[in-house]
Design a protein around this ligand. Structure first.
Ligand code: ATP
Ligand code: MG
Length: 715
């Protein structure tokens, strides 16, 4: 199976071809979105094999996700056939694990070592902290875990942590904790994710002959999404590439979106210093998007200061203007987007060519509900569907027990979540009692806590839990559902445990819970809500079926769709407030790169949506459009609002974006026709309607519906 190079090279432009054909020596392809970087990498891989420059196992190719690895393998297989299977192709983690398994004994592991998940890691670290008598209130295991992970991202093992580095973390004993944590992992024949690469580094540093072996083996290295590598990954690549120096990295500084996870944009800038004589290829022609979409994306990203800057153009059609749509609230946002999805579907766009890309995971909920109602199949990529997420399931389990005390499965799920000293032994005793007496678990507990059959501590804790359930059942009769849920989440310690949790996932989990409270607001009774959930959960996944994709912007990197919806473009939501608070100007720039990634996923159509009002945690809040909306070049944007909603039929801005409140004075576009003084623009809206909407915060949907009436229809 030796395909003729012409058959796959002829489809490339000269710059791409140059990058594909420069097989020997270091090559950096630095180019904007959709210019064919991934395609270059794939073709280069095929070319290497077709020319016989390398056997499949002599090539190491790194992708950012497993999905990307699978796709690349398929594409290469189409050109060179089954040989593609034998290429070392995968994510950093997968490749590092594969190498580590072959030499595990060098770092004190056996080749069947376990790779721990995040929960296991924290549990293990907790044991270390306890043994060291470190106050876990002041130094929660998850906080400490985060610090250790960042060290690992930077390639620092415990021996490399200096006193200055460790500072007074955990009373100045963090280096020791780190060392002990690593020792325990080794004793258990386990590694965490960060270890995979770190152990590789140790392996290469302590056993030069093994490193040499890999340096010789990997005649060619290929790396996608290079802008998102962290220091540890970078060191690993550099060591491996030192042999033949045939390394080709492709990336886009404007798409660096993992700074919060230790990615170093500097790696891309250092490439030419690390690999002197590197060939740098720039690709400028975009093959993915229409020129309007490209102009919109370029307009937004131009507001970033720290960038290399590059040209992007396309021969493609102008296409339709980027739509910016203002809606009243989140529910309407979901309704409108899903209507548009159906419109596109009727016009022949397959569902798997449409995507809704959100900033934060919790935002998928309203879209999921609406898609289920419409019977439109969907898939949540890179994450669980909303009601299947762990924290949401936990909260729902509490609600099920409140509603139905004999729901044993739900009770078991949360009896010790968050941890409250009710261990396996206690639960075995409860189960035994339940079986012999023919009672449900909660009823067994009710009886057992009156006896002395359980250890005193467990008895006390179970009693407290049963009393809490009693209170919540009472509240279920007297309070609104959101209030009940808030009370339950607080009093059970669930919210508290997440607030203390410093893992990167914790804020997202808290947001999901808030979103659950918001969802509850739509139901009269707990029974009604639980019924709804069980129906939602039934919608099982069939991988073969064409589905709309819902995912976060982070998960969308490298992908493309005909039609992309970008909802939630409001200040605070996107740019995300936390990113701004924690990282200031750098945080804003990373958010803007995310906007760029989102816009450039689309081939033909992009619709941005913002809502004037959001219900957050069951409370209404007014919102103003994202600053990124005002950064879109006006001539490529069409502003629309739902007919009658704001009294405007829409129209496009005459150029220059929406500008400041002052300059925006009286332009056509999104207007709020019920009042003469604010019938104008975003600017006017900002100063009047948006703020006045703030006055209804917290008053619930009834008020808004009534209040909204006058806004919805033109007087
Ligand atoms: P991203 O930065 O988003 O990862 P990318 O630079 O990796 O983008 P690709 O995904 O490789 O870009 O390519 C974008 C699209 O353009 C793909 O559909 C690809 O098949 C197509 N494409 C790339 N190069 C060409 C070409 N020379 N002729 C036609 N289509 C091309
Ligand atoms: Mg790509």
């Amino acid at each position: 199976h030796a395909p003729r190079p012409d058959s796959y090279l002829s489809g490339l432009n000269p710059a791409q071809r140059e990058a594909v054909e420069a097989l020997d020596g270091p090559v950096l392809v630095l180019a904007g979105a959709g210019t064919g970087k991934t395609r270059v990498l794939t073709t280069r891989l095929a070319h290497l094999l077709a020319l016989g420059k390398a056997r499949p196992w002599n090539v190491l190719a790194v992708t950012f996700t497993n999905k990307a690895a699978r796709e690349m393998k398929e594409r290469v297989a189409r050109i060179v056939g089954p040989a593609a299977e034998q290429v070392w192709l995968g994510t950093f983690h997968a490749l590092a694990a594969r190498i580590l398994r072959r030499h595990a004994e060098v770092v004190g592991l056996r080749s069947n070592f376990t790779i721990l998940d995040a929960d296991d890691q924290v549990r293990l670290l907790k044991q270390v902290l306890q043994a060291e008598n470190i106050d876990d209130k002041r130094w929660p295991a998850r906080v400490v875990m985060g610090v250790i992970q960042r060290w690992k991202d930077r390639g620092l093992g415990p021996e490399k942590i200096t006193v200055a580095e460790a500072g007074d973390l955990a009373g100045g004993r963090l280096q020791d904790v780190y060392r002990q944590y690593q020792e325990r992992l080794t004793t258990q024949n386990a590694a965490d994710f960060g270890d995979l690469l770190l152990h590789n580094l140790t392996l290469f540093q302590t056993r030069p002959e093994i490193l040499k072996d890999y340096q010789e083996r990997f005649r060619y290295l290929l790396v996608d999404e290079y802008q998102d590598t962290n220091v540890c990954q970078y060191l690993w690549l550099r060591l491996l590439a030192q042999g033949h120096r045939n390394i080709c990295c492709v990336g886009d500084d404007d798409q660096s979106i993992y700074g919060w996870r230790g990615a170093e944009i500097g790696n891309i800038l250092k490439f030419e210093t690390d690999f002197p004589g590197a060939k740098v290829v720039r690709l400028e022609q975009n093959y993915r998007s229409t020129s309007r979409i490209l102009a919109a994306a370029s307009g937004v990203i131009a507001n970033n200061e720290g960038r290399l800057g590059k040209t992007l153009w396309t021969e493609g059609d102008h296409g339709d203007k980027v739509v910016v749509r203002g809606v009243w609230d989140g529910e309407e946002e979901a309704r409108v987007v899903c209507d548009r999805i159906e419109d596109h579907q009727r016009k022949g766009v397959p569902l798997n060519q449409m995507a809704v890309l959100v900033r934060a995971g919790f935002q998928t909920r309203e879209f999921e509900e609406r898609l289920i109602t419409l019977g439109v199949p969907y898939r949540v990529v890179g994450g669980a569907r909303f009601y299947e997420r762990k924290e949401v399931r936990d909260a729902v389990a509490y609600l099920r027990v409140i509603h139905q005390p004999d729901d044993d499965l739900a009770f078991e799920r949360i009896v010790n979540v968050p941890r409250r000293g009710i261990g396996d032994t206690t639960m075995r005793a409860v189960h035994g009692y339940a079986r012999t007496q023919g009672l449900s678990l909660t009823r067994s507990v009710d009886e057992l806590v009156q006896t002395d059959e359980l250890p005193a501590a467990a008895r006390r804790n179970l009693k407290a839990l049963m009393e809490a359930f009693g209170r919540w059942r009472e509240a279920a009769r007297t309070e609104t559902l959101p209030d009940l849920a808030r009370m339950m989440l607080d009093e059970s310690g669930y919210t508290g445990s997440l607030q203390k949790d410093r893992s990167p996932e914790a804020p997202g989990r808290l947001e999901n819970l808030k979103e659950l409270v918001t969802a509850l607001d739509e139901y009269e009774t707990l029974g009604g809500f639980l019924e709804h959930i069980s129906l939602v959960m039934e919608n099982a996944d069939d991988p073969a079926e064409a589905k709309v994709s819902l995912m976060t912007l982070h998960a969308a990197k490298g992908l493309e769709f005909d039609v992309v919806f970008l909802p939630g473009w409001e200040e605070g939501m996107f740019p995300n407030q936390r990113a701004l608070d924690e990282n200031g100007a750098a945080g804003l720039e990373e958010e803007r790169r995310l906007a760029y990634v989102g816009l450039t996923r689309a081939r033909k159509s992009v619709e941005i949506v913002f809502a004037a009002n959001r219900r957050v945690h069951g409370l209404w809040q007014s919102a103003i459009p994202s600053r990124f909306v005002s950064e879109l070049p006006g001539e490529h944007v069409e502003v629309v609002s739902e007919a009658g909603l704001y009294g405007a039929t829409g129209g496009s801005y005459g150029g220059g974006g929406y500008g400041s409140a002052a300059q925006a004075g009286r332009r056509d576009g999104l207007s709020f026709g019920d009042r003469e003084d604010d019938a104008g623009s975003f600017g006017a809206a900002r100063s009047s309607r948006w703020e006045s909407a703030g006055g209804v915060a917290g008053r619930g949907p009834g008020y808004l519906r009534r209040g909204g009436g006058s806004i919805r229809s033109r007087p």
